[in-house]
Ligand binder design. Structure first.
Ligand code: HEC
Length: 260
C-alpha cells in the first residue's frame, strides 16, 4: 500500500506541476479579472455570456462580424443557453440574403436559427473603407488569434489613455496601452451605461468588458466545457488504472518476492 500511495502522490504532483507550468506561461503585464472558464474545472458563466452577447450585438456588431457563429449556437448547451424561442426571435431580427427564387431573383428574408451571424458589411473592402482604412477583424475566433487571448482583449478594451506628451496621433487613431505600437484605429467602444442590462447588473465599462470577452472566449472555444469534463474523466480513469495495475503487480510478484 505504501508503494501505491507513493505512486499516487507522485502522479498528483505531476498533474499540479504541469498546470502550474501552463499558468506561468501567461504574460504578466496583461490585466486579468480572473475568468470563471479558466482552470481545470472552468465553466462559462451563463448570465455573463448572455450579457456579453448583448454587448456584442448592441455595440461591437456595428463594425465587427462573427461569421462562424450561427443563431442556433445561442441556445445550444455549453453556450449562453438562451431558450430556443429567444434564439429564434434574435435570428428573425436580421435580414438574410437568399435566393435565387423560382424567378431567378435574389431576395431577403428574416434570419433563421440555421443562418450564420449577419455581419455589418457586405465584404472586407467595404468594412475597411468605412473604418478609415483599418479592417475590424471578424471576432468569431479572435480570442484564439491574439496572443494573451481573453486577457489581451480585456486589457485592450480597458487600455485607452491620453497619448503621452510628444506623441502625435493622426485623425481616427487612438492611443492604447496594450495595442502593438500603442496606436489603434478603433475609438474606445465602451463607456459606463452604454447598454442597459435586463438582469439588473450595473453596466460599468469593466463589467461590459468582462461580459463581452467571456462571450468572445466561448465563441472561440464553444466546446471548452465538454473538453474539461473529458479531461476530468480521463484523470479518474487513469487513477483507477493505477490502482488496478498496482494490485495485479502485487499479485504477480507475490510468490517471487516471498521466496527471496
Ligand atoms: C466603430 C467601429 C468599431 C466598433 C463599434 C468596435 N470596433 Fe473593434 N475594431 C474596429 C477597427 C476599425 C479595428 C482595427 C483597428 C486597427 O487595426 O488599428 C478594430 C479592432 C479590434 C480588435 C483587435 C485589436 C488587435 O489586436 O488587432 C479587438 C479585440 C476589437 N476591435 C474588439 C472590439 C469589441 C470587443 C468591440 C465591442 C465592445 C468593438 N471592437 C467595437 C472598429 C470597431
Amino acid at each position: 500500500m505504501r508503494k501505491f500511495l507513493k505512486i499516487l502522490i507522485f502522479q498528483s504532483f505531476f498533474i499540479i506541476f504541469s498546470f502550474n507550468l501552463i499558468a506561468a506561461e501567461r504574460s504578466h503585464d496583461l490585466l486579468s479579472p480572473g475568468w470563471s472558464f479558466k482552470g481545470f474545472f472552468g465553466k462559462f458563466d451563463r448570465a455573463s455570456l448572455q450579457r456579453g452577447y448583448q454587448v456584442y450585438s448592441e455595440v461591437c456588431a456595428a463594425c465587427h462580424s462573427m461569421k462562424y457563429l450561427s443563431y442556433r449556437n445561442l441556445y445550444e448547451k455549453g453556450g449562453p443557453e438562451f431558450s430556443k424561442e429567444q434564439a429564434k426571435i434574435i435570428a428573425s431580427q436580421f435580414e438574410v440574403n437568399d435566393g435565387p427564387n423560382s424567378e431567378g431573383e435574389m431576395f431577403t428574408r428574416p434570419g433563421r436559427l440555421s443562418d450564420n451571424f449577419v455581419g455589418p458589411y457586405p465584404n472586407e473592402q467595404a468594412a475597411t473603407a468605412a473604418n478609415g482604412g483599418a479592417y475590424p477583424p471578424d471576432m468569431s475566433v479572435l480570442v484564439k488569434a491574439r496572443k494573451g487571448g481573453a486577457d489581451y482583449i480585456y486589457s485592450l478594451l480597458l487600455g485607452y489613455e491620453e497619448a503621452p506628451v510628444g506623441m502625435s496621433l493622426d485623425d481616427g487613431v487612438y492611443y492604447n496601452k496594450f495595442m502593438a505600437g500603442n496606436k489603434i484605429k478603433m475609438s474606445n467602444p465602451l463607456s459606463d451605461g452604454i447598454v442597459t442590462y435586463s438582469d439588473g447588473t450595473e453596466p460599468t465599462q469593466e463589467q461590459m468588458t468582462r461580459d463581452v470577452v467571456t462571450f468572445l472566449a466561448w465563441a472561440a472555444e464553444p466546446h471548452l466545457e465538454a473538453r474539461h469534463k473529458m479531461g476530468f474523466r480521463a484523470i479518474v480513469y487513469l487513477l483507477i488504472i493505477t490502482v488496478l495495475v498496482y494490485f495485479s503487480m502485487k499479485k504477480l510478484w507475490s510468490r517471487i518476492e516471498s521466496k527471496v
